[in-house]
Design a protein around this ligand. Structure first.
Ligand code: URA
Length: 240
């Protein structure tokens, strides 16, 4: 990889800024000052410094966001604010994208990464990655609903869902529930409740596979996955 490309990818500025860094003699490769941006380096073997600080090369980025309502799960949009608009410039340069979608009005755990392979595995229908949501439902959720969800429900387009695990936290005119599903059909949770004549009035994803939403994250903020979280995620994905 070219040194100027690596430095731009790692957030050392625009191509022009990187060119100046190199020209000024601020960049070394294996203890030698390198001024030519075309110099080829191996980011895994060569030791690169900028202003005497070692550049720790990172190819992939894995971010856990607590998505707020009001933004869409996309990388760009002409009208709407997207989850990528909530990221800092130093993370945007890695070109992360959301893994799957949460509706505009849904909150909670959203993973963003530029690791296409991991994203693909997480979204693969064969992997049956469980996703758990907390929801407030308009209407009294009953044990009868729990059974119907466990059997699978017929959605408005005739699709029969895989079983969903519904847990009632509080039943009343407005009920609090948790639901775990292993699919990700469009508006799935809302449509499953519509199938039992009830309406989701608040929806928040609280887990995805082994990842749990970090409740310390305020709405609209995010952090990198810890090494442990990433390991758990990759391990879970390897299993069928
Ligand atoms: N199900 C929905 O209906 N909406 C979401 O955002 C996620 C799951």
């Amino acid at each position: 990889m070219r040194i100027d490309k690596l430095l731009a990818n790692q957030g050392f500025g625009s191509r022009k800024e990187v060119k100046k860094l190199l020209k000024d003699g601020s960049v070394t490769v294996n203890n030698e000052i390198v001024k030519d941006g075309k110099t080829h380096i191996n980011p895994n073997d060569d030791i690169i410094t900028v202003f005497n600080e070692e550049v720790v090369y990172k190819e992939f980025i894995y971010l856990m966001m607590n998505k707020p309502a009001g933004v869409i799960s996309a990388t760009e949009d002409v009208r709407e604010r997207t989850v990528v608009d909530l990221l800092h410039e130093e993370d945007i340069i890695f070109q992360p994208f959301p893994v799957g979608r949460l509706d505009k009005d849904t909150e909670g755990l959203l993973l963003l990464t530029n690791d296409g392979k991991l994203a693909h595995q997480l979204l693969s229908p064969n992997k049956n990655v469980p996703k758990t949501y907390f929801a407030v439902i308009k209407g009294m959720v009953t044990e009868d609903d729990v059974e119907k969800f466990a059997k699978g429900l017929k959605l408005d387009d005739g699709y029969i869902t895989k079983p969903g695990k519904l847990e009632i936290l509080k039943s009343g005119p407005y009920s609090d529930i948790e639901i775990t599903i292993t699919e990700g059909k469009f508006h799935q949770v809302k449509r499953m409740f519509a199938a039992v004549d009830k309406e989701v009035v608040f929806l928040k994803r609280i887990s995805m596979g082994p990842l749990l939403l970090d409740e310390e994250l305020k709405l609209g903020t995010y952090r990198e996955l810890t090494d442990e979280e990433l390991l758990m995620l990759k391990d879970a994905n390897q299993k069928d």
